[in-house]
Write a new protein. Structure first.
Length: 146
């Protein structure tokens, strides 16, 4: 799994309300065969679900191992979710209807919605600090943003 916490220039965080677990969390999804990396998968998922392009930090801000049933299996299965931080200048994402999320919103870090994915409140400050370290400024020459 690859996910992304998007922060805008004013410090607001973009979160999605997920159908599967009825909680607010980062955007993201499974890594597809076309994805060359976790970063590319997170970039693709963000664009597919919101039509947003963003500047991604080159390194993840969190990795979380959990077990749950998802759309591809009938029994709980281990999932490793690698979460990246990104900054977007566009504060008007286009909600792309799908079976995975049903609501998007920008939230101040001190006014997060509930229910929130467990542990996410602790990751948001890390994502906010990392959002400025994107490939164009940290020595990595490849930018994967659409």
């Amino acid at each position: 799994m690859a996910s992304v916490l998007v922060v805008d220039a004013s410090g607001m965080v973009l979160l999605a309300r997920h159908r599967r677990y009825e909680q607010w969390g980062p955007l993201g999804g499974h890594v597809d065969a076309v994805d060359a990396s976790l970063l590319e998968a997170a970039t693709r998922e963000l664009f597919e679900e919101t039509s947003l392009a963003a500047r991604f930090a080159s390194r993840p801000v969190e990795a979380n191992l959990s077990s749950y049933t998802c759309r591809t299996v009938d029994a709980p299965m281990a999932h490793l979710d690698v979460c990246f931080a990104a900054q977007s200048d566009d504060t008007a994402p286009t909600f792309v209807a799908n079976g995975e999320i049903y609501e998007l919103g920008w939230f101040a870090p001190d006014a997060l919605p509930t229910p929130l994915v467990v542990g996410l409140a602790d990751v948001i400050p890390v994502a906010m600090a990392a959002r400025g370290r994107h490939p164009s400024t940290d020595g990595n020459d490849s930018s994967l943003t659409p």
